[in-house]
Design a protein around this ligand. Sequence first.
Ligand code: NAG
Ligand code: NAG
Length: 395
Amino acid sequence: MDDWRRSLCPCPSGTFASGHFSFMLILMMVILTPSKHLDAYLVTGGNATAVQGETVILPCKLSDTNEALTQISWQRRTRGKPQNDNFFTILSNGGPHFVNGHDDRFTFIGNLDEKNGSLKLASVKLWDEGLYSCIFTLFPTGNYRTEIPLNLLVPPVIQVEDKLPVLGDEEVLLATCTADGSRPPAKVTWLKNTLEGKVRETTRSIQHDNGTTTTISSLLGVPTREINQHSVQCVVTSPALPEEEKKTFIVQVYFSPTEVNIIVGSEDSFQCLTEANPTAEITWTRSGQSLPQSQVRVDGSTLQLLSKSSALNGLYKCEATNRYGTRHGYIYVHLISGNCTACWTLFGLLLSLNVIGATVWYLIKNRTNEGTREGRQKVRTTSNESEMAVAEQPT
Ligand SMILES: *[C@@H]1O[C@H](CO)[C@@H](O)[C@H](O)[C@H]1NC(C)=O
Ligand SMILES: *[C@@H]1O[C@H](CO)[C@@H](O)[C@H](O)[C@H]1NC(C)=O
């Protein structure tokens, strides 16, 4: 009796307890529904919310009754089946069965004796979202029903995309962060960290017919060296996600190789250095001649001379290339005899003076244009044993 009283009387139970009130109410009921206890049994359902792919319970119970329960049936009006669809019946004498086609994802988890009609739905999909009706058929008073709304949450697919900005001085799109197909719409923002004030974001969203929304946040900024390699994070929040999701992104500004420097290492090695993004590929060649394979070793950006033979003499070129451009550096190697220590010193000095481009290129030009004698002598005055020169030449 408790349940129907509550369902009919909005007044506090204290007031209700008074005999006077009870009498009035029963009298009213008798007047309004003289022949049937219609609505006298309360069917309790619920409001179900599920994340796509998970399992959800559609709860349904009938309050105590002494009448005979002949069947429980389920109807639905969903995104996938917008027409009212009778899909599941549990008969007192025949057990549960599907009405319009089988769907393994539904399982009856109730109990006829307990007047429990609950269903379990596994791998819930967006098209399952809608209104489910649970109907108890009693003898002799007929049908009692309740409606259970099923709400779907769809977690977004999150992706950060590098928009490959090339070094420049005007604002461009650096990256986008997309939360695809979220229900309800996801919130997408950027944590700018060290780039606060140097980059900005704009957000837009696209609503899909199936009730999901795609939200795209764009990160914009001037593609300078200063912002290169700084880390930012895209933060996505959605009720469909167990917790906010953060995707770290390293801002990349792309540029062709900058000036090429050749550094002399110990052990007669030359390292070709340049700055580039993405990292430049280095190739060593010798002008007009092939590299003497057995007497040099190329290891990444380093060229190493394995002997001091005059067969190694020549103009060596280091080429630095990435998809945005190419730069060259040159070194002239001239070995006269055995041991050479002082000559590397000459080389290092030229490098640190940062006049390599001019000075040394002349040496090479002199050598080529005016014959070798004069040029060679010039250098010999600095180093008695051998000579070498470096030049950088822009492409
Ligand atoms: C059910 O829950 C959803 C989400 O929590 C809410 O938006 C909706 O209004 C509720 N519906 C009812 C009938 O309570
Ligand atoms: C909803 O529609 C969008 C766009 O057509 C699609 O990309 C997405 O996969 C759909 N989502 C679901 C859960 O069906």
